[in-house]
Ligand binder design. Structure first.
Ligand code: CO
Length: 478
């Protein structure tokens, strides 16, 4: 099978636990001090077995630290039980997104009664209960040291909130309070449970619940000053299938467009269910932002017409090419809370994935700029970075030959007033040179100011955060 030009980014990597200094080309802003930590799959085989889907790979953390002395780099595999068991046994032992371990009949029966949840937290990183954690879609955050990337163990929630499925994209207030949800599909009627988690505790407080017959696969959600919203796409689950089908997790979900998309709105303060408003069938992994506008709730997301994107990210398909794949487009769902209706508006014709905003100042507020990856050359997956002005639909682009960027992360300049006063950080795979580099763009002009090449290729990764060296709440408080 022909290999796509970015396939090196979907190849098992070695870890580099010792910090090493990197050369810097260009000039870094003197105020830019901190560490970009990113998370994503870095190992795709165990013994003779291979994972099926990009979302299955074992988590590799990597970090670029910027100090007065320059830029340094390190990477480490997250020492989850999924990883250490795989190392010890030479086989896949935990169920993943689209890969199950080979199991005997007895083991299959036992799994029905005692489903095992993976702790391979390969999606994102967040701050939770005073620690930095790696997250995936099981409620098993894995703590790590952001300086050494050492794994510190799974967070043991001090509560009884039940639900095996969650999001790796919680929302966060400036004081560190997190909002998120779990999906409980252990009973014939499933329940979405919204919760709040205060900055320094591991106790999730249930805010509100909503029962549904067929829970939706949702990768993220929306939060404004007044509301939380779950946009339930018609990629839905019959809970019994998870137990009885014998299929890996995501293959139990069915695309049922006749259900439409159901937008469930809740009061943020109380968790009370406000309304559920239907709109057309669609699919998205990522919300961009959301805000209140009088009696309306505006929810912006990176929308696909359907869920075929999930299938396109099986490793065989993804490694062989990206032809005929429609990029997600930024779209606004405007929910009229007095009329209980929703309208859709495309915000730009420029494609976008893994969207980021100036979160600290714009989350839950009207805003202007979304940063993300995009597609420039047909078949080339994400081969550019984009900055979209959602108020006009216009876009700025960054690309370089044979280069495949990861999610761009905005870091604000100190004392900035303009929404785009700062830099955008991305880890870019240079497939021709077979190495990756830290890219620093001026956010306003969207042009390169500096890059720092690593000595080897780093697998394409999903999500990260910039840990500002000067910001409060960033050090280790344990
Ligand atoms: Co994501």
């Amino acid at each position: 099978m022909a290999s796509a030009p970015y396939a090196l980014g979907l190849t098992t990597a070695n870890e580099h636990p010792e910090s090493r200094a990197l050369p810097v080309r260009g000039t870094l802003p003197p105020w830019l001090r901190g560490t970009l930590v990113r998370n994503g799959p870095g190992r795709f085989e165990v013994g003779d077995e291979a994972y099926n889907h990009w979302f299955d790979g074992l988590a590799l953390l990597h970090a670029f630290t910027i100090t007065e002395a320059g830029v340094s780099y390190r990477s480490r595999f997250l020492q989850s039980s999924a990883y250490t068991e795989a190392e010890a046994e030479g086989r896949i032992t935990q169920s993943a997104f689209a890969t199950d371990p080979c199991r005997s009949l007895f083991e299959r029966v036992m799994t029905v009664f005692r489903p095992q949840l993976t702790d391979n937290a390969n999606v994102s990183i967040h701050r939770l209960a005073g620690d930095w954690v790696a997250l995936t879609e099981t409620p098993l955050p894995v703590r790590f040291d952001p300086h050494t990337l050492d794994t510190l163990g799974v967070v043991d929630y001090d509560d009884t909130l039940s639900g095996p499925l969650t999001t790796a994209h919680p929302h966060r207030l400036p004081d560190g309070t997190l909002y998120s949800y779990v999906v409980d599909f252990s009973k014939p009627t499933s329940t979405y449970r919204l919760y709040r988690l205060d900055a320094t505790t591991a106790t999730r407080t249930e805010l509100g619940t909503h029962a549904v017959r067929r829970p939706s696969y949702m990768h993220s959600f929306a939060m404004t000053e007044r509301y939380l919203a779950l946009v339930a796409f018609p990629l839905v689950l019959d809970p019994l299938d998870v137990l009885l089908s014998g299929k890996p997790f995501i293959e139990n979900f069915e695309w049922q467009p006749e259900r439409g998309t159901q937008i469930h709105v809740f009061e943020r303060a109380t968790g009370a269910h406000v309304t559920t408003v239907p709109t057309d069938p669609m699919f998205a992994f990522h919300h961009i932002n959301a805000f209140d506008d009088g009696d309306a709730l505006c929810i912006d997301l990176a929308a696909y017409p359907d869920a075929t994107i999930v299938d396109r990210m099986y490793l065989d398909a993804l490694r062989s090419g990206w032809d005929d794949v429609e990029m997600a487009r930024p779209e606004r769902l405007r929910v009229d809370l007095s009329q209980h209706t929703a309208t859709r508006e495309r915000l730009s014709d420029t494609g976008i994935e893994v969207p980021r905003i100036h979160y600290a100042s714009c989350n839950g507020q009207p805003y202007r700029y979304a940063y993300g990856t995009g597609n420039r050359t047909p078949g080339h997956f994400t081969d550019e970075l984009v900055k979209i002005d959602v108020t006009t639909g216009s876009a700025q682009h960054w690309h370089a030959d044979d280069c495949f960027p990861s999610e761009p992360i905005f870091a604000a300049a100190p004392g900035s007033n303009a929404e785009d006063d700062g830099v955008v950080l991305s880890v870019v795979l240079d497939a021709e040179a077979e190495r990756s580099f830290l890219l620093v763009l001026d956010a306003e002009s969207f042009t390169e100011v500096a890059r720092a090449p690593a000595p080897q290729a780093i697998p394409l990764s999903f999500h990260g955060q910039f840990l500002d060296a000067d910001a409060p709440l960033q050090g280790l408080h344990r």
